[in-house]
Write a protein that binds this ligand. Structure first.
Ligand code: M6R
Length: 364
C-alpha cells in the first residue's frame, strides 16, 4: 500500500527516519554500542584484524562508505569489492579477516556465490548485513545484523541503503571499541547515531526545493557527481539512482580526479552535482568548484549553510542539515534520492519498476 504517496519509492524515502530508528533499536544504549546485537558469537569483535566487504550495486556503495569509517575509527585495514569480481578471482585472506556481505534481498546470486566461496577460505567468520530475515544469505552466514527497514518494493534502493549504513556504523564502532576507541568518543558517536532519525527528517524538508531543481534536469543527457572522502561513494550512489530511474547518463568521480580526465566533459550542458562535507576537505572542494565554474559548468551544490556556499553566484545551492561529520554520508543521501525521484517523475518514467531492471538479481 502506497498510502498518500504516488510511488513506493517516495513512500520508502519518507519511511527513513522510522526505519533508521528501528535499525538502531536495541543496538545502542545512551553511550555504548550493545555488542549483543551480533548474537552469542560476538567474540569475533575482539579477534578481527582485517575486513573484506563484498556486495553489489547500492549495497556495494554502502560498503565503500564503511571502509572510511572502519579505517578511521578502528584503524583496521578494510577492502571492498563487488561480488561479481570477488567470486572469480583468487583472493588472499590475511589472518583473522572478517567476511562481511551487504544485501537488501539476501538473494543476489553473485553475493551468495561470494559467500559460498569465502566459506571455503580461511576467514575468521562471516557476517551478513541484510534486510530479509528469511533470506538465503542470512541462512548461510554465521552471523547476521538485520537492517529492519521493512519490505522495499521500489527497484531503486533507498531505505535499505540508509539502514545498511546505520548497521555498518554500529558495526564499525563495535570493532573500533576493541581497537582503542575511547569511551568518550564512543559516547559521542552513539549520541550522533541517536540524532540520526531527526537529521534525516530535517533533510526531507528540502523536498519542495529539490522538486524545483529537478525541472532543470529533465532535458539533460548527462550529469557528473563529485564528492571526496566518504562522500565519494554517496556521489556514486546518487549517480546510480539518477541512471536507474530517470535514464540520464550519470557518472561519479572523486572530486580530486577532475583534472585527470572528466574536466574535459564540462561545458554549459553539463550539470555538476557536488556533495560538500563540512570537514578538512571543504577548501579543497571549493577549489574544485572554481575549476568547474571557470569552464561554464552548471553547478549544483549540496551543503550545510555554514559552508558559506549559499550566497555564491553561479551555484544552485541545496541545504543539507549540519550534522556530526560521521553522519554526513547518510544525511547527504536523502536529497540525492529526492532529486532522482523528481527527475524521473518529470520525465514520466516508471519510477518503481524501471526498464530492464529486476528488484532482486537472482541469476548471474
Ligand atoms: O539485494 P541486494 O542489496 O543484494 O541488491 C544489490 C543490487 O542489485 C541493488 O542494490 C541494485 O543496485 C539496486 N537496484 C539499486 O537501487
Amino acid at each position: 500500500d502506497k498510502g498518500e504517496f504516488r510511488h513506493y519509492m517516495m513512500k520508502e524515502i519518507y519511511e527513513q527516519p522510522n526505519v533508521i530508528s528501528a535499525c538502531l533499536e536495541g543496538r545502542i544504549s545512551d553511550s555504548k554500542v550493545l555488542t549483543s546485537c551480533f548474537g552469542a558469537e560476538s567474540d569475533f569483535l575482539k579477534k578481527v584484524e582485517n575486513i573484506h566487504i563484498v556486495a553489489c550495486g547500492t549495497s556495494y556503495h554502502a560498503g565503500m562508505v564503511a571502509k572510511y569509517w572502519i579505517e578511521e575509527l578502528a584503524g583496521l585495514p578494510c577492502s571492498v569489492e563487488v561480488a561479481s569480481e570477488y567470486r572469480y578471482r583468487k583472493v588472499a585472506v590475511p589472518k583473522n579477516t572478517l567476511f562481511l556481505t551487504l544485501s537488501q534481498s539476501g538473494e543476489t546470486a553473485d553475493t551468495l556465490a561470494a559467500l559460498r566461496m569465502a566459506k571455503e577460505l580461511n576467514y575468521l567468520t562471516t557476517l551478513a548485513i541484510c534486510n530479509v530475515p528469511s533470506s538465503t544469505l542470512v541462512r548461510e552466514s554465521a552471523l547476521t545484523l538485520l537492517t529492519n527497514a521493512g519490505a522495499e518494493i521500489g527497484v531503486a534502493s533507498t531505505k535499505a541503503f540508509t539502514t545498511q549504513l546505520t548497521a555498518l556504523l554500529i558495526t564499525s564502532v563495535a570493532i573500533a571499541v576493541e581497537n582503542g576507541l575511547s569511551a568518550e568518543k564512543e559516547k559521542t558517536l552513539v549520541q550522533a547515531m541517536r540524532s540520526l532519525p531527526a537529521c534525516v527528517n530535517e533533510a526531507l524538508q528540502q523536498d519542495g526545493h529539490i522538486k524545483q531543481i529537478a525541472d532543470k534536469f529533465a532535458n539533460k543527457h548527462n550529469a557528473l557527481f563529485l564528492g571526496r572522502g566518504a562522500m565519494f561513494p554517496i556521489a556514486l550512489e546518487g549517480s546510480l539512482k539518477l541512471k536507474e530511474i530517470s535514464y540520464i547518463h550519470a557518472e561519479a568521480y572523486p572530486a580530486g580526479e577532475l583534472k585527470h580526465g572528466p574536466l574535459a566533459l564540462v561545458d554549459e550542458d553539463m550539470p555538476i552535482i557536488t556533495l560538500v562535507p563540512h570537514n578538512g576537505m571543504l577548501d579543497k572542494i571549493k577549489s574544485n568548484l572554481q575549476e568547474v565554474a571557470a569552464r561554464g559548468g552548471e553547478l549544483y551544490v549540496f551543503a550545510d549553510r555554514e559552508t558559506d556556499l549559499h550566497n555564491e553566484e553561479n551555484i544552485t545551492f541545496s541545504e543539507v542539515p549540519k550534522v556530526e561529520a560521521i553522519l554526513e554520508p547518510i544525511v547527504h543521501t536523502i536529497p540525492l534520492q529526492l532529486l532522482s525521484y523528481h527527475v524521473a517523475v518529470v520525465k514520466g518514467t516508471d519510477v518503481d519498476q524501471p526498464r530492464n531492471l529486476a528488484k532482486s538479481v537472482t541469476v548471474e
